[in-house]
Design a protein around this ligand. Structure first.
Ligand SMILES: [Zn+2]
Length: 224
């Protein structure tokens, strides 16, 4: 009886996760990978629960899932939202907060699939204009788990989580600190041009960061 109950609960959870993925506009092959349902059962689920329901129609996307990590670093807005997602992954235990090591993607489980949905739903509620799709969010989690192209790091000024190119030589800054640093630099340039400052003002900002001195600051669990 216990085995029967466990199996029934697991099947219900599998369909629940699949529905959540459908609502978040995941592709069929993504739902199959995370839930183990066949394409046929996913299509039936989509038709029976969502097409006939009073909920807003959910678009179905076809083709390949996102595959380019450059997308996450393309603009200040995308870098900020990528860092937000990475922070949520850490908070929910989808990513470890320890030192980055190259690892293969962890096997899909229904528990991790639920956490992934939760992280993405919170991200959508926090971001003013969410620019990353659920498929991007899944791709980001895999990329950060592999850590062969993108890694989590800490902002040199405030220690917030940032996501950077693994091979970047620049000390990482979050978008907030980067814009403050740019404003400060512009102000110094203006004062230098007006004969009100000296080169020491620029050199002061070029002191090595904690990371560059070798004592990396602790990465907090959440971004700003
Ligand atoms: Zn910062």
């Amino acid at each position: 009886m216990r085995i029967h109950d466990d199996r029934y609960h697991r099947e219900r959870l599998r369909f629940h996760v699949a529905l959540r993925f459908i609502r978040l506009e995941a592709r069929t092959h993504t739902i199959r990978y995370w839930t183990g349902l066949t394409d046929d059962r996913i299509r039936k689920l989509y038709r029976s629960y969502l097409v006939d329901s009073k909920e807003r129609p959910v678009p179905r996307h076809r083709g390949k899932s996102p595959q380019r990590v450059a997308t996450f670093l393309r603009s200040a807005q995308l870098r900020e939202q990528t860092a937000l997602l990475a922070s949520l992954y850490r908070l929910l235990g989808l990513l470890s907060g320890g030192p980055t090591t190259t690892a293969t993607a962890l096997p899909p489980t229904l528990r991790r699939a639920e956490q992934l949905c939760q992280a993405y739903e919170v991200y959508r509620s926090l971001a003013a204009e969410p620019a990353l799709s659920f498929e991007h969010a899944i791709f980001l989690l895999n990329a950060l788990t592999r850590a062969d192209e993108l890694v989590c790091s800490a902002c040199r000024d405030c220690s917030a989580v940032v996501v950077i190119d693994r091979w970047s030589l620049r000390a990482a800054r979050c978008s907030l600190c980067a814009s403050e640093a740019a404003a400060t630099a512009a102000d110094r340039t203006r004062r230098l041009a007006a004969g009100q400052g000296g080169l020491q003002d620029f050199l002061a900002d070029e002191r090595p960061s904690e990371c560059e001195r070798g004592s990396r600051p602790a990465v907090p669990a959440a971004a700003h």
